[in-house]
Write a protein that binds this ligand. Structure first.
Ligand SMILES: [Zn+2]
Length: 90
């Protein structure tokens, strides 16, 4: 495999491990192939954020082949604004 591809895979795996943005419309998009991923685990809300774990199931995708779980982070924009407002009042 070409070196550049390995670097890109490493980058995609790093993104998946650190957490990518969760879209209420699209869910989490695989950092490697850009397809929608399947949710395998949903964590409870913690303040205004929620973590989910996903698996890419696209045939031929490097992330899918390695079976890496992809972490996504959803931030409730309304709740976050509310918290900011509370901070300003203090
Ligand atoms: Zn993928």
């Amino acid at each position: 495999m070409a070196r550049i591809t390995l670097i890109k895979i490493a980058e995609a795996r790093r993104l998946g491990a650190n957490g990518i943005d969760y879209s209420p419309r699209l869910g989490a998009v695989c950092p490697w192939c850009g397809n929608k991923t399947k949710i395998v685990r949903t964590m409870p809300w913690e303040d205004s954020t929620r973590i989910r774990y996903h698996l890419c199931q696209t045939t031929g995708c490097a992330m899918a082949k390695m079976g890496d779980t992809i972490k996504s982070i959803e931030i409730d924009p309304v709740d976050e604004k509310k918290e900011e407002a509370v901070c300003r009042m203090k």
